[in-house]
Design a protein around this ligand. Structure first.
Ligand code: NI
Ligand code: MN
Length: 230
C-alpha cells in the first residue's frame, strides 16, 4: 500500500515499496510546508503539474541531490534540465512506465510559466498528473478549473483511488467547483489542496468536506505533515 504525505499547498510525497516520488515540491519558502528538503527521503522521481513557482519549488535541488528525474511537459522539463536537473520530458495524454510505477499527464485549464528576475519563462501547458503506484491510482489535478472532461479522464484512466483537488479559489477552483469536480471523478477519497498558503486562497477545507459528504462521497482534509495509506 502506498503512503501519501500532504506537505502543504499542492505538495504530496508518495512512498511505496517500489520507490518514492514527490509532486509539486514547493517546500522552501512555503509558509505551510510541513517538510524541509532535508526531511524528504531519497526519491525516484519529481513530478511537476506546471511551471508556476509555487509548484516547481525545490524540484531541481531534489533532482540533483538524488539523481532522480524531473518529469513534466517538454518545455518545463527542458527548463529544469538547463538548471541542472535530470529530466524525463513528456506531454499531455502520454503515459510513461518506470520501475516505481506509471505516470500520465492529462489536461488542466490554467496557465504555466516560471517567473525569474528578468521575467516569465514559458513552460508549456499546465497538466494534471495521474500516477499508478503499487496498483493504486492517484490523480493530482494541478491548478485546474472545473471542466467536463474530468469525467472522461477519470472513466478512461481510473478508477481513481485518490483525487487531490485544489479548493483555494482565486487562481483555481473554489470549494463548490471542487466538489463538482470530485463528483465527476468519483474517487475513493478526495483530498483538498492549494488553500491557506497565501491570503487570496484562504479557505476552510471543511466547507469542501461538507459538500462532498452531501454527495455521499469521501473527503479528508489532511493537515500539512499528515499522512494516509491508500
Ligand atoms: Ni499555478
Ligand atoms: Mn498554484
Amino acid at each position: 500500500m502506498p503512503k501519501l504525505t500532504y506537505c502543504g499547498h499542492s505538495c504530496v510525497l508518495i512512498e511505496s515499496k517500489d520507490g518514492n516520488v514527490i509532486i509539486d515540491p514547493f517546500l522552501t519558502g512555503n509558509p505551510l510546508a510541513a517538510r524541509t528538503v532535508e526531511d524528504i527521503p531519497k526519491l525516484s522521481a519529481i513530478l511537476l503539474t506546471h511551471g508556476h513557482n509555487d509548484h516547481v519549488g525545490d524540484a531541481v535541488k531534489l533532482s540533483v541531490r538524488d539523481g532522480a528525474p524531473v518529469i513534466a511537459t517538454y518545455e518545463l522539463a527542458i527548463y529544469c534540465e538547463r538548471e541542472g536537473a535530470k529530466i524525463v520530458d513528456m506531454n499531455i495524454g502520454g503515459r510513461a512506465v518506470f520501475d516505481w510505477g506509471e505516470v500520465r499527464l492529462v489536461p488542466a485549464w490554467h496557465s504555466s510559466s516560471f517567473m525569474t528576475e528578468s521575467g516569465p519563462i514559458y513552460t508549456g501547458m499546465p497538466t494534471g498528473i495521474i500516477t499508478k503506484i503499487e496498483g493504486r491510482t492517484l490523480y493530482h489535478l494541478g491548478d485546474t478549473c472545473l471542466f467536463s472532461d474530468l469525467k472522461m479522464i477519470a472513466e478512461r484512466y481510473g478508477p481513481i483511488d485518490v483525487a487531490m483537488i485544489p479548493i483555494g479559489d482565486h487562481y483555481t477552483m473554489g470549494p463548490e467547483d471542487a466538489a463538482e469536480a470530485r463528483r465527476l471523478i468519483q474517487p475513493w477519497m478526495a483530498i483538498p489542496i492549494h488553500y491557506n498558503t497565501f491570503p487570496p486562497i484562504k479557505q476552510d477545507p471543511w466547507d469542501f468536506v461538507k459538500l462532498v459528504t452531501e454527495q455521499q462521497g469521501e473527503a479528508k482534509a489532511l493537515k500539512p505533515g499528515e499522512w494516509m495509506s491508500y
